[in-house]
Design a protein around this ligand. Sequence first.
Ligand SMILES: NC(=O)c1ccc[n+]([C@@H]2O[C@H](COP(=O)([O-])OP(=O)(O)OC[C@H]3O[C@@H](n4cnc5c(N)ncnc54)[C@H](O)[C@@H]3O)[C@@H](O)[C@H]2O)c1
Length: 247
Amino acid sequence: MSLLPNQIAVVTGAGRGIGHAIALKFANAGADVVCVSRTAENAEKAAAEIRGLGRKAWAYSVDVSNTTQVEQACEQILGDTGRVDILVNNAGVTRDGLLMRMSESDWDTVLDTNLKGAFLFTRGFVRSFVKQRSGRIINVASVIGLIGNAGQSNYAASKAALIGFTKSVARELGSRGITVNALAPGFIETDMTAVLNDQIRQDLLKKIPLNGFGQPDDVAQAALFLASSGARYITGHVLTVDGGMTM
Ligand SMILES: NC(=O)c1ccc[n+]([C@@H]2O[C@H](COP(=O)([O-])OP(=O)(O)OC[C@H]3O[C@@H](n4cnc5c(N)ncnc54)[C@H](O)[C@@H]3O)[C@@H](O)[C@H]2O)c1
């Protein structure tokens, strides 16, 4: 039985990593998927994979931190697909550094991508969700937004704010049949974490009860559940996918 029969999902940052895994997971569950990526090439590659699974897919190259680009994309997406059922705000970046040395541009890039990007896309689709009296919004936050991390004050601030945003919008939209939830992944093996050195990896591993790093598919499974009809009574929730790291 497919969990997302004929649903239409928009996934930002679908070109690689966790977003890519979510896009494919949703397509395998019966959804048609709009792949949003910074580069046209990555968006088109993900869309082609989804078409290969027999589902419809659209590719959009959008900088999620750019208001004009996001507004235009949301309008175009609704024109192309007719409706959107699921929005996954997944696009995100890190610009790590100690606060003392953090540049304003590193602060702005992280907040504009991770937080403003989610705001812009959510605002872009909210009217259509309200009109259809249904919708699923899933924001990909991070355990760092819950516990903080030295060297990631910009990233932690963006993800903690994204969690506050999630809960507020969940309260605003609950009466319209729209759920809004956040995922808080721990250490997941993607390009984002590939830059961490062995020492950091070994130290992290000691803090993970399930004794291993997560895979993009682990996060995609959780996203699939939150997007499915089985999660209809769950909203404003932050679901950690972290091997027990922050329990
Ligand atoms: N990997 C982890 O351990 C981990 C842990 C917790 C949370 N996360 C979050 O999961 C999400 C996905 O991360 P990932 O690990 O797959 O990283 P990744 O770097 O592999 O992928 C990030 C994606 O976001 C896209 N992106 C970045 N800036 C963008 C912009 N301005 N406009 C459009 N797209 C943009 C990138 O092109 C890429 O496709 C991020 O929000 C990240 O913060 C990751």
